[in-house]
Design a protein around this ligand. Structure first.
Ligand code: ZN
Length: 319
């Protein structure tokens, strides 16, 4: 409760408070932009003048469990040099979602552990907005993630582990020595398997499940440049800690994540940076300032399981 009020001691930059109205259903806060922008966004000229006003309504974090709507009176401006008209820029708002960036961040973080319908109620935002914010953030973060290569897999043992998520068989890729999840394939096919394998440095051992079938197993073996191929079942003997983690994860997916989407699982399992295992490998040779080079081994399986157990209620509803 006090937390949300503390947040509110930080106003949006360069805004004047016009009014604050509390109703049984929520709080409306009237704000007005102040000052003039640095210059014209097109020609950079400073000769910018007022050109009327616009009202913009956006959602913000709730205060005392009440939904908050910001009613912003925003200046419209015109450049006297090139004639272009534009809206006064406002920091810390997402125009795409008609919400403050702090609300967008809150939605993303909370949606990993809370079903969308429940989160919509808690934040006083409709479920469709929650879904849009989740989807857009997910696509952007996944794209960043997929640009990565895996130099730290050099001479490693990598295991491919089959797991059914939302009634479809998927594949998890695990770095056995680091006990980290590094990749998830939504589908089982030659194309996805090879695109994953090609991002790895030459590995020493590849664990492949029997479920892949002879043809896909041969495709993978052909792409590893001579890695030893072992059956995933053997993980129980060779890497028992990793095997135990994967069994725990399977149970969690079948119980607490059963009704969440595949994307929610991937967001938790791959994109949550707080679960990543990193190590400093030296000083960045390209950097002019003192900066460390970091190796990211992916999601630490132990941390992931602890987080899911802590944050996901035993019976989860759809979302
Ligand atoms: Zn201009």
């Amino acid at each position: 409760m006090s937390n949300s009020l503390d947040y509110w001691s930080l106003p949006l930059g360069e805004m004047r408070l016009r009014h604050m109205t509390e109703t049984p259903s929520g709080i409306v806060i009237g704000l007005e932009t102040e000052g003039l922008p640095q210059g014209c966004p097109v020609c950079r000229s400073k000769k910018v003048v007022g050109y009327g006003q616009l009202n913009l309504r956006i959602r913000d974090l709730p205060i005392n469990n009440k939904a908050v709507m910001l009613d912003i009176r925003r200046r419209r401006l015109r450049c006297n040099h090139c004639g272009v008209t534009f809206n006064q820029p406002i920091a810390h708002i997402s125009e795409r979602h008609r919400a403050t960036t702090r609300l967008v961040q809150k939605v993303w973080k909370s949606s990993l552990s809370m079903p969308f319908a429940h989160l919509a109620k808690v934040l006083g935002v409709d479920e469709k907005t929650i879904r849009n914010i989740f989807n857009n953030t997910y696509v952007a973060k996944l794209h960043q993630f997929q640009m990565r290569s895996y130099p730290h897999t050099h001479q490693a043992a990598i295991a491919v582990y089959p797991l059914t998520i939302l009634r479809k068989p998927r594949l998890l890729w695990v770095h056995c020595q680091q006990n980290c999840l590094i990749e998830i394939n939504a589908n089982i096919n030659a194309e996805d398997l090879s695109s994953s394998l090609q991002r790895f440095a030459p590995i020493a051992t590849l664990y492949l499940p029997m479920e892949l079938g002879t043809e896909l197993r041969a495709t993978c073996a052909g792409l590893t440049n001579g890695a030893t191929i072992v059956e995933t079942d053997q993980l129980a003997h060779h890497h028992p800690a990793t095997y135990a983690c994967l069994a725990d994860l399977t149970t969690l997916v079948e119980t607490r994540l059963a009704k969440r989407s595949f994307e929610v699982f991937c967001a938790n399992a791959l994109l949550d940076k707080t679960l990543h295992k990193t190590t400093r490998t030296g000083i960045d040779p390209q950097a002019t300032n003192l900066r460390y080079q970091k190796a990211n081994f992916g999601t630490d399986l132990t941390r992931l399981i602890a987080k899911l157990e802590r944050e996901l209620p035993a019976s989860n509803t759809a979302g």
